[in-house]
Design a protein around this ligand. Structure first.
Ligand code: PHE
Length: 344
C-alpha cells in the first residue's frame, strides 16, 4: 500500500509539474485529491490494515497529500500571477499618447457683433436697456409718432397676436418705455439691442426675424453734431480708424430731421467695388433728432429737452464686417459657416 501511495505521488507530481493550464490543474486536483479521487480510493483500503500498519500508512498518505497540495497551490499562484500580468499588459495605457481633443464651442458671429457694438457704446457711457418682444401697438407705433393708418407702417408690417398686440418690429418701443420711466426729467443715454420681427421677404438680405440695436440720447442741448460725433466714433471703432461717415437726408416718423448714415467702404477705401456697388459708401443705419411728438409722448418737454436716436440691423453690420453675403447663414446652424468665426 505504501508503494501504491508512492507511485501515486510520483505520477501526480510529474503530471502536475507539466501542467500549464488552470483548467487542467483543477481537473488533476479532482482526480487525485477529490472525494472520489485516487488518493481517497487508496485510503479506503486502510480498513483492511493491521493496527500497527495503519498509523504508518496514514502518515505516508498525509505526506503524499500535502506534497500534492503544495505543488497544486504553487501552480495556482503561478497561474494567478501570469493572469494578472497579462491583464496588466492588455490594459496598458500609454500616458504619453497625445489626448483626443474635445470639440470646443465658439461665440456665434452675430452674438460677437452684438457684443462688440454694445461694448463700443458702453465705452461712450451708454447703458443697455431691454424690453418685451411682444409689444403693444401703442409702444411699437403710436408713441413713436406712427398713428394707425400711417403709411410708414407699411414698411414694418408684423405678426399680430391681437389687433393691439404684435411682435415688435423695432426696438424703439424700449426707448419709449425708458423715457416714460425717467419721468420727463433725467437724461437718457441708452442702447436697446434685441430681436425684431417683420413680415418680410425671405431672401439673401431679408428675414422675418433679425436683430436691431437702437440708441437714444435725451438731455438739454443735445444737437445734431452730438449725433454725428457719436456715430463717427462708433464707425471708427467698428470698421477701423479710416472709416468716415456721411449723412443723407431721409424720413422716419419718429425723428426730425432724419438721416440715413453711410460709412465709406472699408473694402475699396471709397474707390468703388462689388461690396459698395461701386458707390464707395455702405449704408449702415438710420438716425435723426427725436421728433417733438415722441419727446412729448415720452413725458419730456420738447422746449427744454432734445435728443437723438439711431437704429441699425446687427445682421447687416456683421455681413458687411465679415463679408457674409446671405443673412440665412446666421440661422441655419451650418457648422462649416460658424466655425470660420471661432477665435476671430
Ligand atoms: N427703428 C428704425 C427702423 O427700424 C431705425 C431708426 C431708429 C431710425 C432710430 C431712426 C432713429 O427703421
Amino acid at each position: 500500500m505504501k508503494d501504491k501511495l508512492e507511485a501515486l505521488k510520483a505520477e501526480a507530481l510529474t503530471k502536475l509539474q507539466a501542467v500549464n493550464d488552470p483548467q487542467i490543474l483543477n481537473d488533476l486536483r479532482v482526480k487525485y485529491l477529490g472525494k472520489k479521487g485516487e488518493l481517497t480510493e487508496v485510503l479506503r483500503g486502510m480498513g483492511g490494515l493491521s493496527a500497527e500498519e495503519r498509523p504508518v500508512i496514514g502518515q505516508v498518505a498525509n505526506l503524499v497529500r500535502s506534497a500534492i497540495e503544495e505543488v497544486i497551490s504553487a501552480k495556482q499562484e503561478l497561474f494567478q500571477q501570469q493572469e494578472t500580468e497579462s491583464r496588466l499588459n492588455a490594459e496598458k495605457v500609454d500616458v504619453t499618447l497625445p489626448g483626443r481633443g474635445l470639440p470646443q464651442g465658439g461665440i456665434h458671429p452675430l452674438s460677437r457683433v452684438l457684443q462688440e457694438i454694445e461694448d463700443i457704446f458702453i465705452g461712450m457711457g451708454f447703458r443697455i436697456a431691454e424690453g418685451p418682444e411682444v409689444e403693444t401697438d401703442y409702444y411699437n407705433f403710436e408713441a413713436l409718432n406712427l398713428p394707425k393708418n400711417h403709411p410708414a407702417r407699411d414698411m414694418q408690417d408684423s405678426f399680430y397676436i391681437t389687433d393691439d398686440i404684435l411682435m415688435r418690429t423695432q426696438t424703439s418701443p424700449v426707448q419709449v418705455r425708458t423715457m416714460q420711466a425717467a419721468n420727463g426729467e433725467s437724461p437718457v443715454k441708452i442702447i436697446c439691442p434685441g430681436k425684431v420681427f417683420r413680415r418680410d421677404d425671405d431672401d439673401a438680405t431679408h428675414s422675418f426675424q433679425f436683430h436691431q440695436i437702437e440708441g437714444l440720447v435725451i438731455g438739454r442741448n443735445i444737437r445734431m453734431s452730438d449725433l454725428k460725433g457719436t456715430l463717427q466714433q462708433f464707425t471708427k471703432e467698428m470698421f477701423g480708424p479710416s472709416a468716415g461717415i456721411r449723412l443723407r437726408p431721409s424720413f422716419f416718423p419718429f425723428t426730425e430731421p432724419s438721416v440715413e448714415v453711410d460709412v465709406n467702404c472699408f473694402k475699396c477705401g471709397g474707390s468703388g467695388c462689388r461690396l459698395c456697388k461701386q458707390s464707395g459708401w455702405l449704408e449702415i443705419l438710420g438716425a435723426g433728432m427725436v421728433h417733438p411728438n415722441v419727446l412729448r409722448m415720452g413725458g419730456y418737454d420738447p422746449e427744454v429737452y432734445s435728443g437723438f436716436a439711431f437704429g441699425m440691423g446687427a445682421e447687416r453690420i456683421a455681413m458687411l464686417k465679415y463679408g457674409i453675403d446671405d443673412i440665412r447663414y446666421f440661422y441655419t446652424n451650418d457648422m462649416g459657416f460658424v466655425k470660420q468665426f471661432k477665435g476671430i
